[in-house]
Design a protein around this ligand. Sequence first.
Ligand SMILES: CC(C)(COP(=O)(O)OP(=O)(O)OC[C@H]1O[C@@H](n2cnc3c(N)ncnc32)[C@H](O)[C@@H]1OP(=O)(O)O)[C@@H](O)C(=O)NCCC(=O)NCCS
Length: 178
Amino acid sequence: MKIRSQQPNDENAIAKLFHKVFSDSEGEQEGKLIGQLATEMIATTEAQDLYGFVAIEEVQIVGAIFFSRLTFETENNVFILSPVAVDTEHQSQGIGQSLIRHGLAELKNQGVRFAITYGDPAFYSKVGFHSIATTELAPPYSLSQPEGWLGQSLTDDPIGMIPGHSVCVKALDNPVYW
Ligand SMILES: CC(C)(COP(=O)(O)OP(=O)(O)OC[C@H]1O[C@@H](n2cnc3c(N)ncnc32)[C@H](O)[C@@H]1OP(=O)(O)O)[C@@H](O)C(=O)NCCC(=O)NCCS
C-alpha cells in the first residue's frame, strides 16, 4: 500500500470511493451525501486550505482523506480532518490509521498547529485525538454529538483556548454535517 497526495485526476475515483463506502456503512442517502461532499471539497477549496491524500493498492485508490482549514478570529493554522474512508473490502488492515498518521505528519511538516476532527472517539483516540470542549474551541455549527469533538496539537504547545467563532471551508459549511 502506498500513500500519496491527491491529484486532480483522482477526483472521480475519490468521489466513487466515498459514495460506496458510506453507502455500505450508512445507507445510500449518506453515501450520496458524502460522495458529493468529496467532489465539492476538491472543486471549491483553495489549494492553501486543503490537504488530500489517497492510499493506493496496486492501481486502485482504496482510501482517501481530507484536511481543510478552520479559521478563527485570531488563529488560522488549524485543520479539520473530514471526511476519511477506506474501501469496505480493505478495512481493518491498518489503512485508515496509516492515512491519518501520514496526513498529520504532513500537516506538522507544513507548520500546522492543531488538528481537529468530529467523529468516534474510540477510533480517533488510536491516532492521538482527544476530546476538546466546544467552549475552548468553537465548532462552526452547534454539534449534534459534542462528545465527538476531538483535537490534537501538532506542536509542543497544548491545545488551549482559541477565542471566538470558527469558519470552515465552503464544502463543510452545511449544518447537515454537524
Ligand atoms: C473508519 C475507517 C476510515 C477506518 O479505516 P480502517 O482502515 O478500517 O481502520 P484501521 O484498519 O486503521 O483500524 C481499524 C480499527 O479501528 C477501529 N475502528 C474502525 N472503524 C471504526 C468505527 N467506525 N468506529 C469505532 N472504531 C472503529 C477498530 O478498533 C478497528 O480495529 P479492528 O479492525 O480490529 O476491529 C473505515 O473503517 C471507514 O471508511 N469506515 C466507514 C466510513 C467512516 O466511518 N469514516 C469515518 C467518518 S468520516
